[in-house]
Unconditional design. Structure first.
Length: 134
């Protein structure tokens, strides 16, 4: 529960700053990249949570990995999170940011379970027309 509160607080802060600076779209892409890295790379997750690896070393790792792949705004925020010793929660913060973005854009995520295969028409559709399906 404490992790979810922390993630909510930090993701809300970066989301509000991204709105003020008109970089929401870039920041959501950056957060997706960060979340994807956390999910795909066990060594990265271990490094984030390791008390043995010092903050200076972690900052260098962040810069080496992300500096040329995310916007300056997101990079600065990552460095602030690390300096505040919250780097172990970066994955949760990135996921929570995605949820805030979806709420802001009115995007709903659904999961479909069917007894038979989906038709190509349904698979190809990016969106479901709300009026048609009410």
């Amino acid at each position: 529960m404490i992790v979810s509160l922390l993630a909510a607080r930090y993701s809300k802060a970066i989301f509000d700053l991204a709105l003020e600076n008109n970089v929401v779209e870039e920041t959501v892409k950056d957060m997706q990249l960060i979340a994807g890295l956390c999910e795909a790379n066990r060594d990265f997750r271990t490094m984030l949570k390791s008390p043995v690896i010092g903050i200076d070393k972690k900052l260098k790792i962040f810069k080496a990995i992300f500096e040329n792949h995310i916007n300056k705004f997101t990079m600065l925020y990552l460095l602030v999170i690390a300096r505040k010793r919250r780097e172990a929660f970066i994955h949760e913060i990135a996921l929570e940011f995605g949820d805030l973005y979806n709420d802001y854009k009115g995007i709903l995520t659904t999961h479909i379970t069917t007894a038979s295969s989906l038709t190509e028409e349904i698979r190809a559709g990016d969106r479901i027309d709300e009026k048609k399906h009410r």
